[in-house]
Ligand binder design. Sequence first.
Ligand code: SAM
Length: 290
Amino acid sequence: MVANGQNPKTIADCLLIANEQLMAAGIDNPRLDVRLLLAEAISKETSYLFGYPEKILSNEELGHFQMMLNRRLKREPVSKIIGHKEFWSLNFKVSHDTLDPRPDSETLVEAVLENVSDTTQAIKILDLGTGTGCLLLALLSEFQAAQGLGIDISDKALAVAQENAVSLELSNRSVFQTGNWCEGLEHGWDIIISNPPYIGLDEKRTLSPEVLNYDPDLALFAEDNGMKDYQRLIPSAAAILNKNGLLVIEAGQGQAEGINTLMSDAGLVVSSPKKDLGGIPRACIGRKSV
Ligand SMILES: C[S@@+](CC[C@H](N)C(=O)[O-])C[C@H]1O[C@@H](n2cnc3c(N)ncnc32)[C@H](O)[C@@H]1O
């Protein structure tokens, strides 16, 4: 790696020079990105970088790091480069066929836990548009006697979800199946969770290159200002919930009110949406009372 005439050899050199390169390319707060990439390139934990800043890296390690840095300079997200991302303190494989799990979506898991007091019950959980399986598998890690089904229209995403279930040792309680929202699914679910595509087509130009160029369109966009998939799935999900069953749906900014209307039109009793850390109503909550 050669940058501005500097030839990095140590961990400290790499961190410094790569940080400068990413900043010069207009990437905000690159420090964490650089640490994650370098740790992956040398197959160590990020804590190792702090402990051994003077460690001289091999040419092979430097070459691997430079290759990863070049991808980040083209605005590919770190998670897609290193192939995994943390969600709910669990490690998830990601690919170009899956949406990267977002911290905002952890609000849905929190909303479920706040609304279902007994986590020991042998309940049935359905995740519509499962992607990496992050929502379903996070819930199964909390509800230790529960069984879950993850549905997605993308077979490639489902293959990633299945791998995640195996690596998290949850494959004995989860099934992943191709499907179009609730089509063909039977009644009998205690919890239904979903983070469907909800970005309006006219919002494309507001997205960062990391999202627009590297998350699959199938996971991002919905017609009718982003409301189309909510309209499709909420009435059918409400119909297959058990009595007292809970429906928790992720909302885009400004969409919670419309989702709540769809939920109450479908006969659910709606509670106040749970806000994410940015104060945006993120998890819409409906319960079936009859
Ligand atoms: C926003 S992503 C959410 C992924 C994951 N649940 C998460 O929270 O990170 C939406 C997911 O819905 C899937 N999807 C899109 N249309 C669908 C449909 N008609 N039926 C089932 N899944 C669909 C996409 O393939 C994508 O994996």
